[in-house]
Design a protein around this ligand. Structure first.
Ligand code: MG
Length: 380
């Protein structure tokens, strides 16, 4: 179990739930960071008394510093601020809950300091999976997944010997538009897209769940986290989100992890691992549980999932380009500036135009990320 955590992205959905878990577990909070939502950040800083707080936006950081003048909390800004929060000597675990490629450099810096990474930033592995996993292995830093599916797989693999795993069964609810043909989704509004049937999440990931791009990103993430090939992962649509993912072993045994759909659970485990602690979350009641159903994904209706799986096979900068283009397209959609079905078109267009080439180093990856964002802003 960890002692003191730094939370990168503490005002987002995962960040807030992480602080709730820290409070429940009695963990020290060493650092907090946020993009620019400083009202909530101030409240969090006054409650948890971290040694250091970073605000990414420079202007917001200045204002924040003034507001915190009556405390002894140090305030930083920009990417340097995030890097400092990730490498503070008093923290032994960094929760990476920022969204986007911005999490990449702080995560690598934390790995270099051998911090445990409670990984909630998908882009880190989607964009730079090979680099990050290699570095973690070299440095001996633990990476414990926070994403519910990867936490489930991680738990199913606890105590397994290498070579026992045959296949990962990555489950997904199919989102709010499961089974609907694309023509019917033409005029979907952001409000409809973010209304997820089972999970309460931030707006960007909720839209990704609706398009199933989220499952595609998780597919790539799983490949890197568990050192498997795309052929070793099967996506299973499971609308009830009771099973959070499964593994099939070489003898045909399937092990599943079940629980109430609450992100607080995988967050808590990432902080207490390898121990488990009592939690305040709901319990599954098998007497009242509805049917558990399963189906194959329909790639015609969810082309984003197919695109991500193709990018996983393609490798190089393709996953990074796809993810960055998707992120910009989703934000345009959320701002009513792009149609729902155009999200896929923007991501696919970016991959077509910019998705070739090796992801040899961090600079190449960050440049591909930036080019993909510019491509979508200019063309959509
Ligand atoms: Mg997930």
């Amino acid at each position: 179990m960890v002692n003191a955590i730094s939370v990168l992205g503490s005002t987002g959905s995962i960040g807030r739930q992480t602080l709730a878990a820290a409070e429940h577990l009695g963990l020290r909070v060493a650092a907090l960071t946020a993009q620019k939502k400083t009202d909530l950040l101030e409240q969090q800083a006054r409650q948890f008394h971290p040694a250091f707080v970073a605000v990414y936006d420079e202007q917001a950081a200045k204002d924040f510093k003034t507001r915190m003048a009556d405390t002894d909390i140090r305030v930083g800004s920009g990417i340097e601020g995030l890097m400092e929060a990730a490498t503070l000597s008093e923290c032994d675990c960094v929760v990476t809950a920022v969204s986007g490629a911005i999490g990449l450099r702080p995560t690598l810096a934390a790995i270099d300091e051998r911090k445990r990474i409670a990984l909630a930033n998908k882009e880190t592995l989607v964009c730079a999976g090979e680099i990050v996993m290699r570095r973690a292995k070299e440095k001996g830093a633990e990476i414990v997944p926070v994403d519910s599916e990867h936490s489930a797989i991680f738990q199913c693999l606890m105590g397994r010997r290498p070579g026992e795993l045959k296949k990962i069964l990555l489950t997904g609810s199919g989102g709010p538009f499961r089974g609907k043909p694309r023509e019917e989704l033409e005029n979907v509004t952001p409000e409809q897209a973010v209304a997820h049937p089972n999970w309460s999440m931030g707006p960007k990931i909720s839209v990704d769940s609706a398009t199933m791009m989220n499952k595609g990103l998780e597919f790539i993430e799983a490949m890197h986290l568990f050192s498997v090939t795309p052929d070793d992962i099967t996506v299973v649509v499971h609308p009830q989100s009771v099973i959070h993912s499964m593994v099939e072993l070489i003898d045909g045994t399937v092990i599943a992890q079940l629980g109430v759909p609450d992100m607080g659970l995988p967050i808590q485990l990432a902080l207490t691992y390898p121990e488990r602690c009592p939690s305040l979350f709901g319990r599954l009641d098998f007497y009242t549980l509805r049917d558990l159903t399963f189906e194959a994904p329909d790639y015609e209706k969810t082309p984003c999932l197919k695109l991500a799986m193709d990018c996983a096979r393609k490798g190089g900068v393709a996953p990074c380009v796809m993810s960055a283009a998707n992120e910009v397209a989703v934000h345009l959609f959320l701002g009513h500036k792009l149609g729902y079905n155009r999200i896929y078109e923007a991501a696919a267009g970016a991959v077509e135009t910019l998705g070739s080439g090796a992801a040899s180093d961090l600079e190449t990856i960050l440049a591909a990320d930036e080019a993909a964002r510019a491509y979508v802003r200019e063309n959509y």
